[in-house]
Ligand binder design. Sequence first.
Ligand code: ZN
Ligand code: ZN
Length: 260
Amino acid sequence: MYFFIEKFGIPLGGLIGAATIFLRYAFMAGVAFFVFYVIKRRSWLKYKIQQRFPAPKHIWSEVLHSASTALIFALMGIGIYCARAAGFTRIYTDISAYGWGYLVFSFVFMVVLHDTYFYWVHRVMHHPKVFMLTHRVHHQSRNPTPWASLSFQPLEAVLEFGIIPVAILCMPFHPLALFLFTVWSLFFNVTGHLGYELFPKGFVRHPVWKWMNTSTHHNMHHQRSNCNYGLYFNFWDRVMGTNDSRYELEFERIKERQRA
Ligand SMILES: [Zn+2]
Ligand SMILES: [Zn+2]
């Protein structure tokens, strides 16, 4: 993003940045879609959480909304670029300034911060007074595909990642830590909306792995809306009692179907 803006200026560089953000997303979502919804559509059906497929026009709507989200993310990137040029951010480029240990810590910190932020913002977006303004488009996908990962209306696109610019203003981050965070986030979003459950039987009851979210967890959120608000970790849903009470049973039921 910085490279494009520095080379081509803000309008054109921002547009190229938006295209790059979308293409990176399209690559991840596209590969997942091509494998699970085209090549292995029939032979891996037993892994599919909901045993039907969404209509093509619905998938196109997810793709178009994702493209508009990429544009919003690019605008946020331009904002961070301008803030940095004005000396407001704590971005540093010399790793030795804080060391590798701090770089890893800042990445983990961003993941945990975003997970917490997302849970609470997500719950607020489900309030009837703001749902239509913020979160309606994302929930048009009741049977999500990988293309639903960034299928947001503009306000949700800003809200979903709004904590990131704030964090960059307050705390030192190396671009590599921010890049790793975006890869982590994209990967989790695509697998969360995959529509297929790949984790093994017993995963959601394992003492360690049960704290990670699964594709089934988020798929149930898209079907029922009033439960399973978490993003990466199954922490806040457990603490706040918002996991769907049928979550573990549903996961195991899908696993039994795969074994049959
Ligand atoms: Zn979703
Ligand atoms: Zn939701």
